[in-house]
Structures are given as structure tokens and as C-alpha cells.
Design a protein around this ligand. Structure first.
Ligand code: DC
Length: 669
């Protein structure tokens, strides 16, 4: 069991807010990294007695000064490398109306500050930029604040928190809107200290401080481990053998995007001993168990970016060792981090032999298992150093990091811990006797019409990070091909197979499943589900040579496992050797009910009876037809879903897979 240092974001906030509180706070598990030392140092310069941050995360007591107790500092406040320190203090000091000068190291003096100073200026604060435009050093000249109302272009917890702190310090209302929710540690902690903070909506997301507090209650807080630090070990273990446990990791949902991505890449990460929330200001946490699985490429982008922005360097490294291509988009924010992380990743990945394309807002990375070698430049960035440290620790690679000390910013002890994890013998874990990575199983789901196969298969695949294989889509594509060449229906049986073979049916992997190719081009779901195709597809499915043609793309798609296939003959004809076979059924009235709802119809006793009769006829036909009659595959688990709701139905199948393959694969959400 590995313990990682405390969460950096939460540690900064715990220090700042306890200094503002009325009375003594007890903080445990604070990150003793350089960034948090910068925050602690500045609080001392403002008159607050903050003890040295213990290297072992042991508890400290901070005697709060209250909202009016800070004194103007006698010198320039040095934020070091810490963007959080600089931006949060710009907010807090503006609110308190304290004159001060904030500065930092060369890297921090290049980072944009106007995203914070502009809305504060709007509310009445006065700043003088004494360095490059928009950058530190910045002099605060005091000034009374009015209510702060701001719509932020980027989802930035630093902007949001800076404005909230300004509101708390200045006793003014705050109303901030951001495009998507950024991490909410400040909101949680303020609530814990007795402050009312409201959150409305998710895209856009609005945070309101309606009544500025007269005082903050002192804090009793245990900072959980930093998921951004854990991510390095999760990737290392996912790409290795054996398993690794990382204790007490913060699992705030605004921060766990990297877990979702790693699971999507095939990572086997589960949460054990989840810590229940005992108060509204609590931070969820738990132990993470990760098993070697190998990883495959994925697409990362859109709304998930804020929840994994700090993990992109290590995800890029994971991508370099994953099977296939990974595309990272919508991450332009990385260009203004401790360094331009998009550039730094592209340059360094290339330097060690990875094929990578640099985009304005991200990267396209080709995974490989070639040995990687070379020297990389950290550009003073801790996360670049650690990401390449992990890449270098993987078997076959030799990577030298030019400035390993930069990890002190967020993860003191990183290199020792990396060595320790590497030399740990691959622990056997619950699947003792098996070698990791174990091949991912093929899961088949068969059943009568309207038993809920395809929606269940899709959800099971998503839960396990497998791909959904919808065999019906291939039959539909074959029907579409025949409709497109205008082959008269009475000739389908004779000439259909050669026409379909001529067009060429195929499947191509996507993130969650497959897209159907006809003549090499993807076919839209709309075209496959059109009324015309739906009307004719059962005729196509009754042509044996066409069924033969469809076997090949299905079996190729499943050749590497990790598939949930649904259809009529998946467990019997197509994948007779599938590791997990399920036969889904439900009572006739229940299937009738589902079919009516699926088609958007009104439920009435009469409609249900009528639909049930239709389904019964269809069942009889399906069971008795000459070609591919419906039957329960040998060895299949019968699942009667009549009394189950959808998530219960998905859970039964997921549990079955876990039972056969060895739990836990991943945590279902
Ligand atoms: O599930 P669906 O509606 O997309 O299926 C389309 C047609 O293909 C339907 O008539 C059943 C048939 N089919 C089949 O015969 N064998 C399969 N494995 C999948 C679908």
C-alpha cells in the first residue's frame, strides 16, 4: 500500500481559509511541497503564525486572524512557482484591501493573471502590472470592492476561488459563471466553515456567495492524497504487471476525469473503502487498486478536460505506451501552465522516439512498444518531469530527466516512491495464478426481440470499458447495400450475397464500440435505422450466405477480446467459445411494455396485450425459422429481467463478467 502526498489544491485552500478563520484550526495531511510552502510563507508575511509544513503530513495548528487581522506585508510576496498561490492571493488581498506586491519565479512571471485581475478591477480593485503586460509582479493598491459578477471564458477554479475569496475578504456578494464546473474544493471548504455558497447548473455552472460571512469557523481537516499525484502511479501500474494499492486518494468528482479516461483505455482501477461524506464540506476519498492491464488509445476532449487538466502529461505518456492512437483536444489551457505543456510534451515525446502530432489545442500520439530512449527537458515543470519519470521506469525504456528536482513543487519523494513501486514484486492479488495482463473476455448477449439486449450490452460495455459489438447493425448495412443497388427483393436470396460481398462489409473501432463500414466508408446510424432498412432487414438475416459473410468482420472485431456482442446467435454460432454468455429474457407483458415505451407509444392494458401477442408470434417464428433459430446458447446464464430495472439488469451481467474474469475490473458508476 502506497501513500501519496496531500492534495495540492486542497492544501492551499486549507491554509488560506484557516488563516482567515476565527480561532485555531487543525490541519492534517497538508502537502509539504514547494507550492504550498509559498502559500504558508506569504501567510506568515501577513502576520499569521503558520508552522513549517511537516514532511510526513502530520497535523499542524494554524491560529486564524479573522477577516480583519492581516497586516500589510513589509516586502514583496513571493509565490515561487505556484499559480494557485498568486491567483488566490490576488483575490483575497483585493478583498481585504491590503496594499502588497505579488511576484514569483521566472515561469510564474510569464503566466496570465488578468483572468483574475480584470473581474476584480471591474469590481473596484486597483492593480499595477510591474512586469510584462498581464503578468506578475503586480502591485495591489487597495480600493473598496463592489459586488462581483463575472462570467469566465475558461473553467478555472483559480478564477472562481479568487473571486470567492475577494467576496469573503471584502464582504461583498459574488456571482461567478463558468462554462463547465471546475474543481469545487473552495466551495466545499467554505461551506464547512459556515459560509453559504450556492451552485446552480452544470453547463454553464454558476457559483454564488449571496451573503458574505461576518466570520469563518475554524477548520478541522484531513487533506486526502492528491489524485494528480496518484495518476503517475496508476499509469505505471496499468502498464506493468501485478497490482498496486494507493491509499486515501481524494475522489472529488470534479477531479476524477483521469480515472474515467484510464478505464476507457482498458485500465483496471477500482475504489476500495470509499470514505463516506460526513458533512457538506467533506471531500470524497478512497483507496485505489490498480492492476496491470495494458492500455489502448482513446480520444480525450470536451467537457472532461477541466476534470483532468493536470493529468494530461501522464495521460500523454500512457498514450505513448497504449495500443493505437490517442487524440487529446480542447486542452489549449495547457499552453499557459507552468510551461507550455502541449509543446513540452510534443518535443519530449519526439525526443525519446514517440510519433506525435502537435495541435493548437492538444496532441495526437501514436502508441508503440518500441524501446524509448533519450534526454528530456522539464522546462521547470514538475508534471513533465514526473510523467517522463514514469515513462523511463517502464521496461525497455531509458530516459534521462534534465532537472529531476522540480518534482518538489507538488510531489516530494516522487523518485524514491517510483523506485519502490518498480521493485515491488508483482503481487498476485485476487486472481492469483493468472498472469497479468489477462486477455479481456468476449461477452455475448442473446435473447428474444425486445428483451433489452442492445441497450444492456451498450451499458455493460461502458461500465467495463469494453467495446459494444452490435451485430444487428451489420445485417442492417447488408440490407442498406441491397436497397442502394435497387436489387429487386425477389432476387435478394440469389444475388444478394454477391452484391453484399462486392460492396464489402466491415467494422472500424471507435472509442466505445465500432462503426459499420460499407465499401470502406462509415454508415450513419440514421441510415442503418431508417424505416426502409428496418422493414427489410429480417429478410436479409434469413439468407445463409449473408450470415456467413457477416461472421468475418464480427470475429475480427472480437479477436482481442474486451467485447460485449449482442444479437440472436452470438453465443451459439458466432462466438461459441465466448468466456461469458448471457441469455436475456423477460415476461411477454414486460417485453411488450418496453417495446411500446421504446417506440414512444401510450401504455394501456389493451396495447400491452396486443403487443404481447405480436411478440409471441415473433418468438414462435424466431424459434422455428430454418436459419439461425433463436435458442439459448449452451452454457449461457439465463437472466430474467422482468423484475429488474435497467441498472439492475446491467449489474447482473457486469457481475457475471467479474465472476468469470476475476474481480474487480473497474468500478461501475
Ligand atoms: O437488433 P437489430 O434490430 O438491429 O437487428 C436487425 C435484424 O438482424 C433483425 O431482423 C434481427 C437480425 N439479426 C440476426 O438475425 N442475427 C443477429 N446476430 C443480429 C441481428
Amino acid at each position: 500500500m502506497i501513500r501519496i502526498p496531500g492534495d495540492k489544491s486542497i492544501s492551499h485552500r486549507a491554509l488560506l481559509l484557516s488563516a482567515l478563520s476565527e480561532g485555531p484550526s487543525r490541519l492534517e495531511g497538508l502537502l509539504p511541497g514547494e507550492d504550498c510552502r509559498s502559500t504558508a510563507g506569504i501567510l506568515r508575511a501577513l502576520g499569521c503564525e503558520v508552522p513549517e509544513l511537516p514532511v510526513d503530513g502530520g497535523p499542524i495548528r494554524v491560529q486564524g486572524l479573522g477577516l480583519r487581522g492581516f497586516r500589510p506585508p513589509g516586502h514583496t510576496l513571493d509565490c515561487g512557482n505556484s499559480g494557485t498561490t498568486a491567483r488566490l492571493l490576488l483575490g483575497l488581498l483585493s478583498g481585504l484591501g491590503l496594499p502588497a506586491v505579488l511576484s514569483g519565479d521566472a515561469s510564474l512571471r510569464r503566466r496570465p493573471m488578468r483572468r483574475v485581475t480584470d473581474p476584480l478591477t471591474e469590481a473596484g480593485a486597483r492593480f499595477r502590472e510591474e512586469g510584462d503586460p498581464g503578468c506578475l509582479p503586480i502591485r495591489l493598491d487597495g480600493g473598496e470592492l463592489d459586488a462581483i459578477r463575472h462570467t469566465s471564458r475558461v473553467a478555472s477554479a483559480q478564477v472562481k476561488s479568487a473571486l470567492l475569496l475577494a467576496g469573503v475578504g471584502g464582504g461583498v456578494e459574488v456571482d461567478v459563471t463558468e462554462p463547465i464546473p471546475s474543481r469545487d474544493h473552495s466551495e466545499r471548504m467554505l461551506r464547512r466553515m459556515g459560509v453559504q455558497v450556492q451552485q446552480v447548473g452544470s453547463a454553464p455552472h454558476r457559483v454564488v456567495l449571496p451573503t458574505p460571512p461576518g466570520r469563518l469557523d475554524p477548520l478541522e481537516f484531513h487533506v486526502p492524497g492528491d489524485i494528480s499525484s496518484a495518476a503517475f502511479l496508476l499509469v505505471l501500474a496499468s502498464l506493468g504487471r501485478g497490482s498496486l494499492e494507493v491509499a486515501n486518494v481524494g475522489l472529488n468528482p470534479t477531479r476524477t476525469g483521469a480515472l474515467d479516461v484510464l478505464r476507457r483505455m482498458g485500465g483496471r482501477i477500482s475504489v476500495e473503502n470509499p470514505r463516506e461524506l460526513d458533512d457538506p464540506g467533506g471531500e470524497p476519498a478512497g483507496d485505489l487498486v490498480v492492476r496491470g492491464s495494458g492500455l489502448r488509445g482513446t480520444r480525450i476532449g470536451g467537457d472532461e478536460i477541466p476534470s483532468l487538466i493536470d493529468e494530461i502529461p501522464i495521460l500523454a505518456v500512457a498514450a505513448a505506451r497504449a495500443e493505437g492512437i490517442t487524440e487529446i483536444r480542447d486542452a489549449e489551457e495547457l499552453r499557459v501552465k507552468e510551461t507550455d505543456r502541449i509543446r513540452a510534451l510534443a518535443v519530449n515525446l519526439r525526443a525519446v522516439g514517440v510519433e506525435v502530432e502537435e495541435l493548437e489545442d492538444g496532441l495526437v500520439i501514436q502508441g508503440s512498444d518500441h524501446p524509448l530512449q533519450g534526454r528530456i527537458h522539464t522546462y521547470g515543470d514538475h508534471r513533465i518531469a514526473m510523467a517522463f519519470g514514469v515513462l523511463g521506469a517502464l521496461p525497455g525504456n531509458r530516459i534521462e530527466v534534465d532537472d529531476p528536482r522540480v518534482v518538489e513543487v507538488s510531489y516530494p519523494g516522487f523518485w524514491d516512491q517510483l523506485r519502490e513501486v518498480r521493485k515491488q514484486p508483482a503481487s498476485p492479488g485476487p486472481g492469483a495464478g493468472h498472469h497479468f495482463p489477462r486477455p479481456r473476455p468476449v461477452v455475448t448477449l442473446d435473447g428474444p426481440a425486445a428483451s433489452g439486449k442492445s441497450s444492456t450490452a451498450r451499458a455493460v460495455a461502458r461500465t467495463l470499458g469494453f467495446r459494444h459489438l452490435d451485430s444487428g447493425a451489420l445485417y442492417r448495412a447488408a440490407a442498406l447495400a441491397l436497397l442502394e443497388v435497387d436489387l429487386p427483393v425477389d432476387q435478394w436470396m440469389d444475388r444478394g450475397p454477391e452484391e453484399v460481398a462486392r460492396r464489402g462489409l466491415g467494422l472500424r473501432e471507435t472509442d466505445e464500440g465500432f462503426e459499420v463500414l460499407l465499401g470502406g466508408s462509415p454508415v450513419s446510424t440514421g441510415a442503418l435505422r431508417s424505416a426502409q432498412v428496418t422493414e427489410r432487414v429480417s429478410q436479409v438475416a434469413a439468407i445463409p450466405p449473408i450470415r456467413e459473410l457477416i461472421l468475418e468482420p464480427l470475429r475480427t472485431a472480437a479477436s482481442r477480446g474486451g467485447i460485449v456482442a449482442d444479437g440472436r446467435d452470438m453465443g451459439s454460432v458466432v462466438f461459441p467459445d465466448a468466456e461469458v454468455k448471457v441469455f436475456l429474457t423477460a415476461s411477454l407483458p414486460e417485453r411488450a411494455r418496453r417495446r411500446i415505451l421504446q417506440e414512444g407509444g401510450e401504455l394501456s392494458a389493451f396495447r400491452i396485450e396486443e403487443e404481447a401477442r405480436r411478440l409471441a408470434e415473433r418468438d414462435a417464428q424466431d424459434r422455428n425459422r430454418a436459419v439461425a433459430p433463436l435458442r439459448r446458447p449452451e452454457g449461457a446464464l439465463d437472466v430474467d429481467t422482468t423484475g429488474l430495472d435497467f441498472s439492475g439488469q446491467v449489474q447482473v451481467v457486469v457481475d457475471r463478467v467479474r465472476e468469470v474474469w476475476g474481480a474487480p475490473l473497474s468500478v461501475s458508476s
